[in-house]
Design a protein around this ligand. Structure first.
Ligand code: SF4
Ligand code: SF4
Ligand code: SF4
Length: 480
């Protein structure tokens, strides 16, 4: 599934060859504590049974498996990723990842080593058997593309007759198997009026999140025209309202349109989205691996940071010029002077797609900052996503094990919230029982169940919790 988990004035960076001089590491984003690969989107194949009009990776059934990294090389790459971050969120995507017969083998290896693994799929091949084998391989969640509940629209957009009914059947099966799922919607003029209905339907079906994707003109989407800035603005305002309405049950977010952060910042001070500490995280806390083993800042940005068949993941992450520029370079045009450049910063892939300058302005944004470089809006949270927890109470070994199994990206926020709750409730130690009481204090207030991104990994928890008799590793489904 071709979708992904996502800010100087007048500055332009020549791209393609990258400029030779890389700025000094003077931005907080260059600090290795911040610049950590928390989320990795891995397009493990370019093959796909569908051929969607907007597909950023131009996937299709005509691609061959020959150029894909083989299983053994995938294991080696996983080892290299985990040497940099022992608790990443790994999104195995494509193309259609289910076409790879070794998908489960790769997922199992990664989850056994400590990664939280989710799979991004178009859903048409999610049989009961496949869901079972993915779960047995430690897969914690699945992201499915659903662009409309009207088969005519969805099937035409996805170039696959019957695709919607197959994907909807997969949603029901995921519910029966109690495997968390996210719904991914690519918004266009043709389906924007359906968004509210799709979000309500996803909630009813028990989705943990709806991600609304905005076109980035790359891959097969290069020939398409995205929505106009004022249309984007209206949809973002709607998403801001929807995320507030569904807070506690399901996340609703934009993808590839970080301008949502401005709306949230202005209108929803309680939003968990304000826990994000960097502008668009590509190259800072996020990157993509192509089927052939090239590392790029995000799935929508084809500029290559390095080749995993020639260098290790750690070397590329630390030394690639494009990553250093994304971490430390000043943004250009209106994004560079905007007060929201640290929490939004615009989509770097879209800026790149327009004229090859990945630090340039995101022209899909309707906001016009005042002339002159404004001070940035202040951070509103003590602990942000991607930070380590600062703990003061003793934690039982089981509770500590549970915390360490939560994806690194949200661990600091989750750990801090748990302690705050424990202290306010008068506990002098954090135990699994305290953790099970604290759902309301989670970054996303799921009062009835915890989604995979705030839950520990079963493999890692098994030993510690066997002794305590508590097993909360399965998602709670009362609300489905
Ligand atoms: S489902 Fe569509 S968008 Fe996803 S990989 Fe296949 S062709 Fe691309
Ligand atoms: S560059 Fe754009 S598409 Fe890539 S992660 Fe950032 S916002 Fe998303
Ligand atoms: S101008 Fe728009 S895209 Fe750029 S940082 Fe400001 S709000 Fe974000």
């Amino acid at each position: 599934m071709g979708t992904n988990l996502s800010m100087d004035a007048g500055h332009a960076v020549g791209v393609g060859p990258l400029q030779e001089t890389v700025p000094d590491l003077d931005s907080p984003r260059g600090d290795p504590k911040i610049a950590m690969p928390h989320v990795i989107a891995w397009n493990i194949t370019r093959r796909c049974n569908l051929a969607c009009a907007h597909c950023y990776i131009s996937a299709g059934s005509w691609h061959e498996a020959d150029s894909e990294l083989d299983t053994k090389t995938c294991f080696r790459v996983i080892d290299e990723i985990l040497a940099v971050n022992p608790g990443p969120l790994l999104i195995l995507s494509g193309g259609e990842p289910l076409v790879r017969e070794d998908l489960e083998e790769v997922a199992d290896y990664a989850s056994q080593q400590g990664a939280t693994v989710v799979v991004g799929t178009n859903g048409t091949g999610l049989t009961d058997e496949r869901i079972g084998s993915l779960m047995a391989a430690g897969v914690q969640g699945v992201a499915l593309s659903i662009d409309s509940l009207n088969p005519q629209y969805h099937d035409r957009f996805r170039h696959g007759e019957g695709a919607l009914s197959e994907t909807l059947a997969a949603v029901d099966r995921l519910g029966q198997h109690e495997l968390d799922f996210l719904v991914q919607v690519s918004v266009t003029k043709g389906n924007r009026s359906e968004l509210e209905n799709i979000v309500a339907w996803a909630d009813e079906k028990g989705a943990v999140c709806v991600n609304v994707y905005f076109l980035v003109e790359t891959g097969r989407g290069a020939g398409m025209q995205g929505l106009k800035p004022d249309e984007n603005e209206e949809i973002l305002a709607q998403l801001c309202d929807l995320q507030r309405e569904y807070q506690g049950r399901m996340m609703v977010r934009s993808k590839c349109q970080p301008q949502l952060m401005r709306h949230v910042y202005e209108r929803d001070h309680d939003s968990s989205l304000l826990n994000y500490q960097t502008r668009c995280p590509c190259g800072v806390q996020y990157c993509r691996i192509t089927p052939e083993g090239k590392v790029t800042p995000c799935p929508y940005m084809p500029e290559v940071a390095g080749d995993l068949t020639e260098r290790t993941f750690g070397d590329i992450w630390k030394d690639a010029k494009i990553f250093k520029l994304l971490r430390n370079g000043d943004l250009g045009g209106k994004c560079g002077r905007c007060e929201y450049r640290e929490v939004c910063g615009g989509c770097r892939a879209r800026a790149y797609a327009v004229d090859g300058d990945f630090l340039g302005p995101d022209l899909s944004c309707a906001y016009e900052p005042a002339p002159g470089v404004a001070p940035t809006v202040p951070v509103t949270r003590d602990v942000m996503y991607g930070e380590s927890p600062t703990l003061s109470l003793p934690w039982s070994p089981e509770a500590e094990s549970r915390l360490s199994s939560i994806p690194s990206f949200v661990r600091g926020v989750v750990g801090t919230r748990i302690e705050k709750f424990a202290i306010e409730a008068g506990y002098d130690q954090v135990t699994l029982e305290v953790m099970s009481e604290v759902r309301k204090g989670m970054p996303i207030d799921f009062s009835k169940r915890m989604p995979f991104f705030a839950r520990g990994r079963p493999g890692k928890l098994r030993n510690a919790e066997r002794t305590s008799g508590v097993d909360e590793t399965r998602p709670r489904v009362e609300n489905r």
